[in-house]
Design a binder for this molecule. Structure first.
Ligand code: NAP
Length: 168
C-alpha cells in the first residue's frame, strides 16, 4: 500500500493561519490541480474533523475517511466515513476494500499521528509564496523519520512541490 502525505506550506512553514481557514484561500490554482490529481489517483483520502469542516463537503470522486470522536451526520456513507482506527488498522481496512494507495490530507494532528506510525512512504509539500508569521505547523509533536528529496515539481514560476521519500 502506497501511503503519501500531501500538504501545502506557507514559505515560513505553516499549513494554516487559523484552524477555521480553508487552504484553498491562500494556495494556488496549480496546487489545487496537483492535489486533485494525486488524491484522485489514490481514490481515498484521510483527514481530521477540523480539516473536513473547513472544506465542508466530500471531495468529488474520492472516498473520505474523517478522524473524529463525533457522529458525522448528513453525508452519504459511500463518500464519507468517520474513523478512530489507528493507522495500521485503517490501512488494513482500506487494503481489504481494494485500495492500493491512500492520501493523508491533514491537518496537523492527523499528519503527526500518521508520520509517527512509520507507514508513510512519500511526502508532497507544496511551497506557496506567502508568510503567516504565526499559525499551525505541519506537525504538533516530535518527528524522527528520515526523508530524502526525490524530485522538485515546478507547478508555476511561484509554486514548487517538494517530493520526499521517507526512508524509515
Ligand atoms: N495547508 C494544508 O495542506 C492543510 C491540509 C490540511 C489541513 N490544513 C489545516 O489544518 C488545520 C486543522 O488542523 P488540526 O491539526 O487543528 O486538525 P485536524 O487534524 O484536521 O483534525 C483534528 C480532529 O481530528 C479528530 N481526531 C484526531 N485524531 C483522532 C483520533 N485518533 N481518533 C478520533 N478522532 C481524532 C478530532 O476530532 P473530534 O474533535 O471530532 O473528535 C480532532 O479534533 C486547518 O486550519 C486546516 O485548514 C492545512
Amino acid at each position: 500500500m502506497h501511503v503519501f502525505l500531501i500538504a501545502a506550506l506557507s514559505a515560513d512553514g505553516f499549513i494554516a493561519k487559523t484552524v477555521d481557514q480553508i487552504s484553498t484561500r491562500w494556495t494556488s490554482k496549480e496546487d489545487a490541480a496537483f492535489f486533485a490529481q494525486k488524491t484522485k489517483e489514490a481514490g481515498v483520502v484521510v483527514m481530521g474533523r477540523t480539516t473536513f469542516e473547513t472544506i465542508g463537503r466530500p471531495l468529488p470522486d474520492r472516498k473520505t475517511f474523517v478522524y473524529t470522536t463525533r457522529e458525522l451526520l448528513g453525508f452519504p456513507p459511500e463518500l464519507v466515513e468517520a474513523t478512530q482506527l489507528p493507522p495500521a488498522e485503517l490501512l488494513a481496512k482500506l487494503e481489504a476494500e481494494g485500495y492500493t494507495q491512500v492520501a493523508i490530507c491533514g491537518g496537523s494532528q492527523v499528519y503527526t499521528k500518521w508520520m509517527q506510525s512509520g507507514l508513510i512512504d512519500k511526502i508532497y509539500l507544496t511551497i506557496e509564496p506567502v508568510f503567516f508569521g504565526t499559525g499551525i505547523r505541519l506537525f504538533t509533536e516530535e518527528i524522527t523519520n528520515t526523508i530524502r528529496l526525490k524530485e522538485r515539481h515546478l507547478l508555476s514560476d511561484q509554486t514548487t512541490v517538494l517530493e520526499y521519500e521517507v526512508l524509515r
